[in-house]
Design a protein around this ligand. Structure first.
Ligand code: FAD
Length: 379
């Protein structure tokens, strides 16, 4: 008999889930709480994650070639640990390795992907700018052709992995429209600045990327990435993972609240015995189960090659909102202890505030789905 939070998976998918869960429980969780407190990314986990094949996992040839639901399970289990850990893998795999694989030349693939899969080279994805978040079509960073080179000027903001990345996928305005570039971290004129005063995703690196007359060779251009559509296709890959990841965060909050409610005694009874607490637990379990099924449906559609980006928007929007609700209710079950870092709930809750905003805000995904169902753009 399956437990409530176990869903029907294929054998290979189940194996991936169990392997990543064990890794997170054994190696990651003991580090995540102190790292969150210190505001540092647990970089000692990169090598073991690479060893397990979690970086670029879906890529054939360069990665383990796992299927969509297998990738979803990786995201779910990593985010059950911490959204920062899943964000690291999303940025590395979906936002950096995926565009190199899909839009890069053979030379670019050979140069970057094997090192990235081994975790020896970290990647980031620079689209957002200080003045342009939800509307990246207005981005201002320029790449100007000069001889056979390109010269970049501008600033990218809120970039996951920015200061630890050896290579950045950077989206710039060129005379031919928006194009993607691969910028090595050691290029003169390229610097980063880590954003330190975050209260969310503290176990994740977030940075500005600054380009001041940064000259790169012609070969830095991603030849297949033309227009904003290419950048958005990478975000669809990452959002797909978030739809699963958010379920992992919700599971962690639900399980923590359930265990606490059974142990905490008030008015002579465990608080789990009160009807109001049971209603909270049942609502949390229902939301999490619905989120799992939505994510699984997304995965099966992707497997069949029938997934549309609007469906990914729907699932990202719904599952992150669900996880935030679950986290807030779980927090209330723990009372004062709910605000302590000793328990995982508040950490998940504040992490999810970032997940609600990044990769397209909740509101922007509302407009994406709204346009799809009505045929009318409200942007
Ligand atoms: C921790 C973290 C990591 C990130 N990592 C990356 C990364 O790796 N790479 C990257 O490129 N970016 C990254 N981002 C940036 C993220 O994608 C943006 O923050 C996001 O797109 C929203 O942009 P903004 O913050 O400028 O908000 P804004 O676009 O200024 O939006 C502010 C508010 O206005 C609302 N709004 C905007 N337009 C509309 C509209 N038409 N209708 C209704 N409401 C609207 C928004 O929904 C939001 O509520 C990250 C952000 C965070 C917090």
């Amino acid at each position: 008999m399956l437990n409530y939070l176990d869903i029907e998976l294929r054998e290979d998918e189940r194996l991936i889930q169990q392997t990543v869960r064990e890794f997170v429980e054994r190696e990651a969780l003991p580090l995540l709480r102190p790292c969150f407190a210190e505001g540092r990314f647990p970089s000692e986990l990169i090598a073991p994650m690479a060893e397990l094949g979690l970086l670029g996992a879906t890529l054939p040839e360069y990665g383990a070639g796992v299927g969509p639901v297998g990738y979803g399970m990786i995201c779910q289990e990593l985010e059950r640990g911490d959204s920062g850990l899943r964000s690291f893998v999303s940025a590395q795999s979906s936002l950096c390795m995926f565009p190199i694989y899909k839009y890069g030349s053979e030379a670019q693939r050979r140069r970057y992907l094997p090192e990235m899969a081994r975790g020896r080279l970290i990647g980031c994805f620079g689209l957002t700018e200080p003045e342009h978040g939800s509307d990246p079509s207005a981005l201002e960073t320029t790449a100007t052709p000069d001889g056979g080179d390109w010269v970049l000027n501008g600033t990218k903001a809120w970039i996951t992995n920015g200061s630890i990345a050896g290579v950045a996928v950077v989206w710039c305005r060129t005379p031919d429209g928006i194009r993607g570039f691969l910028i090595d971290q050691d290029r003169p004129g390229f610097s980063t600045r880590e954003i330190k005063d975050k209260l969310s995703l503290r176990a994740s690196v977030t940075s500005e990327l600054i380009f001041q007359d940064c000259r790169v060779p012609g070969g830095a251009l991603l030849p297949g990435a033309t227009g904003l559509r290419a950048a958005l296709s990478c975000l669809t890959e990452a959002r797909f993972g978030i739809a699963f990841g958010a379920v992992g965060a919700a599971m962690a909050c639900y399980e923590s609240a359930l265990n606490y409610a059974k142990l905490r005694v008030q008015f002579g009874k465990p608080i789990a015995a009160f009807q109001l607490t049971q209603e909270k637990l049942v609502e949390m379990l229902t939301g999490t189960t619905q989120g799992q099924l939505l994510a699984l449906q997304l995965g099966r559609l992707k497997e069949a090659g029938r997934l549309r980006h609007q469906q990914v928007s729907l699932a990202k929007r719904a599952n992150v909102a669900m996880a935030l609700d679950v986290a807030r209710v779980a927090r209330s079950i723990l009372g004062a202890n709910g605000i302590s870092l000793e328990h995982p709930i508040f950490r998940h809750m504040v992490n999810l505030e970032s997940v609600y905003t990044y990769e397209g805000t909740h509101e922007v995904h509302t407009l994406v789905v709204g346009q799809d169902v009505t045929g009318l753009s409200a942007f």
